[in-house]
Each structure stands twice: as C-alpha cells, then as structure tokens.
Write a protein that binds this ligand. Structure first.
Ligand code: F6P
Length: 535
C-alpha cells in the first residue's frame, strides 16, 4: 500500500484486539447488566457537543471496547486525516479534489477560500432578501429543481424549519424525472409570481435539465416575461447555465461534494424561506460542530465516537442497517437526506488504493419520524430476528403551543428506547392480563409471543430546540461521523462512481424505447423493453 494512505482498520493491532474482545465478551454484552454494574454509565457515556447532547449509554459497548475503538482511531491516524480534510488537501483522491464543505461555514477570514466563499454568500443572501421582499419582488412561489445533493439538503432543511419560513412564499421541490413530480407543482403556479431555481453542481444531470426545460417551456407558454428575474442557477458550471439561458447564477466549487453542498449557493431556497440571518445561524451551528470535531478530545468527540460505534456494529456485531427515528415531524426528510449522505459516501467496496475490502462498509440507513414509525415497523425492531440499532432524535422544546402533544411525543421516544433495551421476559408476560388474547390460548404460548428479547441498542440525540443553529450542528455531526467511519474503513467517502453505470445504460436504453431495438441486450431487459413498448 502506498505510504500516503494511512492504515486501514483491518490492518491494525486494535482491530485484532477488538475481534478477540468481541469473541470473548462483546458478543454476549448485556446493556441491562452494564447499567446494574455501573450506576455512572449514563454520565460516562453522555457526550456534550455543540447543540447536541448524545446518550450513548444504551449501546452494546463496554469500557474495554470503547478503549480499543479509540486505539483503532489512533492507529488509523484519524486526527491527521481530519486535519488534512480541514486544511484542503486533496483527500478525494480519485477525483483529485479537496473536501472543503467546512470552509463554507467558517467565519469570514477563518477558512480556506474565505474571500470567494463570503463573496458568493453575501451576494446569495442579498438576493434571497430581495426575493423575500415579496411586495417588491412579486415572488410568491419558489420552485427548486435539483436532485440528490442538490435537492435533499435544502428540502430537508426548509421542511425542518417550516415554522420560521416566510409566510407569503411557498417552497416547492422538484427532483424526479418522473414528470408527475413537476406537473403537480406547475398546476399550482402563477407565472408572474414564480421563481425557478435550477440547482445542479454539474449542470449535466438528466433529471434536473429535463425538469428545467419543462419549467422554461411552461414559463414561455404561460406568457412569462423576463427569464432573468424568474430563473436562477446554482452550479459550478456557470457556462452551461448560461448556455441554458440563465444569467443569474450563484456559483460554487468542485471542492464541495454534492451531498455536502447545502451550505453553499445550493442553500438558496433555505435562505429565501428563512432569511439571511437564519441561514448564517445554520452555518454557525455547523461551524461549531466543525470546531468540536477539530478540538474535542477523542473520548468526548461525538462525531468520532459515532463513527467508531458504526464500525463496531457493522464489522463486529454484523448489524446491516441503522434506523433513524426523529421525534420531530419537521425532520421527516432527515432519513432520506442521511441515506444519500451515508450510503453514497460510504457504500464502497474497494479502499482508497483500489484494493477490494475484506470488511463491510456502509449499512442501510432508513427511518421515519416518531411516533409514526412505531405504528409501522417498530414491531420488527422489538421482536424481529435482526438487531437494528436505532437513533432517536428528541427535541425538548417544540415550536408550537400544544404542550400535551409534545409531552406525549417525548414520552413515546423515551419509551421506545427503554423498551428496546429492557425487553420483557416470558415470565413477566405470563403474569399479565391480556383481554385481547384468544380465550382458549395456552398462557405459556401466549407469553412467548408477548416476550421481548431486549438488549437492543439505541443512541439518543437530544436537541433543546430545532433551530437553524441546532439543525446546522446536527447535520455537520452526521457529515463528520460519515467521514470518520469512511476513514476507518479506508475508503474514499467523497466520490460516487457507483451511480454512473446505470446513468450510462439509461442513455443507451432511451433511444431503444423509441425504436424497439433490442440488439445486444440481455434477455430480461429486452423482454421488458418490448412489453413496455406494446400497444
Ligand atoms: O447521481 C448522483 C449524483 O451525482 C449525486 O452525487 C449528486 O448529488 C446528484 O447526482 C446531483 O448532481 P448535480 O448536482 O450535478 O445535478
């Protein structure tokens, strides 16, 4: 392996020791017993980070495992890799690029590329404020057209902070090349009061360009005048945006990954919805978490600990998925956002040197807001055959005045984490009255159905309120956790070659759908294509 690549997790002594520890006791670790043995467990495994308190105590983790995981981080030289990222070294080696989303939220003069970052930020926020002055701008509807990283972040953030959004401007998000998506939005618009934002890092993405063309054609067909005041582009490819016919452009740079771009000009819909001050607070929250990553000691460094926990669960316990359960309706799109962030970043099967990996990388991230998820898939989390670590996100204070609902929401979130951990024995179940049970069922059989294994791990992330600042910190926390896990696994978390094959094949199949040409196709694709063309 070239010396420029730091040690991979599986080539360290700590890895071997972790394996031995897992076989010795980690596999049979019982968190209930751990609490019984250590009354200080909650304090020891409660971690304060900016805007976020994390309770790690319900995880399948003892002091020895934690010490070995921290040793793993040291052997993999995570701190040096973090510093390389923050300094703008080209750690995205396959694309020869720096990874500098942190520079986008650094205060003026404090980070790399500060002058250009703040020049665009100032211009973008001034533009957002002009649009927000709806009496003068005349804008009532914003249609943000983008996909993946150019959509998920802004969409998630605008929904999360909806209570603070401009009351007279509606935000719409269109991403899918399935035109049902844009059609449902266009039906609701008035051409004179609509602003289309075309967001694409590359300005070559099929879905976004197709939807942007539909929007432009609709605009002209509706008698719209002045593309310059009704279309704006957010892109690194200013030339392509101009060729498309959009002159108002806010640029960003190739050192901003798509899934890390909501802090850049891609955040314009957030700035329009919330205003410049709130957008700056979002950046400030993320920056505070950046500083935490950069300076907190390893044992209290939350992104580091979460990344280590991900490796512990994925590579030792063999857990293949992680459920994200935000107990806040505003965070409904957070799981979708995290799916791209984590799975596009760390869903890799070769290391930075291109060597096939002997260990698993990204698991499946999924979830739904609580309490909805409780009435859907939590059955499986409690009694299914797979163990799924759950991440509860609880927000202490609501943005509404319905105190009773908020108390019920929090009680439910707490209870689910508690129930996953404590479980219920068949013996306990045997002594319960169950009016809904079949009258003639054997009580011992019923008790087995009604028992819960418990010892199912969860992490609780606690926010005081969902604000621009706390949301910024929360997202940055996830970004850095993904960086840590990817660095331990030895992969490049910042490329995404895996999305290309399907794109190329779609380009090949598109004309075949029209012509019916199936030459050279596999039999399944040919058969389906023929059926799709059938009258
Ligand atoms: O196909 C995946 C991807 O390249 C993502 O990484 C990216 O966020 C998304 O497509 C959109 O790309 P663009 O912003 O260039 O349109």
């Amino acid at each position: 392996m070239p010396t420029s690549f730091p040690p991979r997790c599986d080539r360290t002594e700590a890895w071997t020791e972790l394996r031995a520890h897992f076989e010795r006791s980690g596999r049979r670790f019982d968190v209930r017993q751990a609490f019984a043995n250590d009354p200080r467990r909650f304090d020891a495994l409660g971690v304060e980070a900016p805007e976020v308190f994390a309770d790690l105590s319900k995880n399948l983790l003892d002091a020895d495992a934690l010490a070995l995981l921290l040793a793993l981080a040291r052997e993999c030289r995570i701190e040096a890799r973090r510093d390389a990222m923050l300094a703008g070294e080209p750690i995205n080696a396959t694309e020869g690029r720096a990874v500098l989303h942190t520079a986008l939220r650094a205060p003026r003069g404090a980070g790399p590329h500060s002058a250009q970052v703040h020049e665009v930020l100032d211009a973008m926020l001034a533009y957002a404020e002009r649009v927000r002055d709806s009496a003068t701008s005349g804008i009532r509807d914003i249609v943000h057209i983008g996909i993946g990283g150019s959509d998920l972040g802004p969409q998630m953030a605008v929904l999360a902070l909806q209570e603070r959004a401009h009351p007279a401007i509606r935000s719409h998000f269109v991403s899918n090349v399935d035109a049902h998506d844009i059609a449902r939005v266009l039906r609701r618009l008035d051409v004179k009061s609509t602003l289309f934002i075309v967001a694409s890092k590359t300005f070559t993405t099929q879905e976004t360009l197709t939807n942007a063309r539909i929007a432009k054609d609709w605009f002209v067909a509706q008698g719209g005048r002045g593309i310059a005041s009704h279309f704006v582009a957010l892109t690194t490819n200013v030339k392509a945006a101009a060729e498309f016919g959009i002159d108002t452009t806010f640029p960003f740079w190739d050192w901003v990954g798509g899934r890390y771009s909501l802090w850049s000009a891609i955040g314009l819909p957030i700035a329009i919805a919330l205003g410049a001050d709130d957008f700056r607070c979002l950046l400030a929250g993320a920056h505070a978490m950046d500083r935490h990553l950069a300076t907190a000691p390893a044992a209290r460094n939350l992104p580091l600990l979460l990344g280590l926990l991900d490796v512990w669960y994925r590579n030792f316990h063999g857990f293949a998925t992680r459920c994200v359960a935000p107990y806040h309706q505003g965070l409904a799109r957070l799981p979708a956002y995290l799916q791209q962030l984590e799975m596009e970043s760390n869903g890799k099967r070769v290391d930075v040197a291109g060597e096939p990996l002997p260990h698993a990388t990204s698991g499946v991230i999924w979830g739904e807001p609580g309490t909805n998820g409780q009435h859907a898939f939590f059955q499986m989390l409690h009694q299914g055959t797979d163990v799924v670590p759950v991440e509860f996100i609880l927000v202490r204070r609501a943005a509404h005045d319905f105190a009773d609902s908020q108390a019920k929401l929090l009680a439910n979130g707490l209870a689910q984490a508690q129930a996953l951990m404590l479980g219920k024995t068949a013996e306990q179940a045997l002594h319960e009255r169950v009016p809904t049970a079949a009258p003639d069922i054997d009580p011992a059989v019923l008790a087995r159905h009604r028992s819960f294994p418990g010892n199912r791990p969860s992490t609780t992330l606690l926010l005081d309120r969902l604000t621009p600042r706390s949301l910024g910190a929360l997202i940055a926390l996830y970004e850095h956790r993904v960086f840590v896990a990817g660095a331990l696994w030895g992969i490049n978390s910042f490329d995404q070659w895996g999305v290309e094959l399907g794109k190329a094949m779609a380009n090949d199949l598109l004309p075949r759908l029209a012509s019916g040409d199936t030459a050279g196709l596999d039999a399944s694709t040919a058969g389906l294509l023929t059926r799709l063309r059938a009258a």
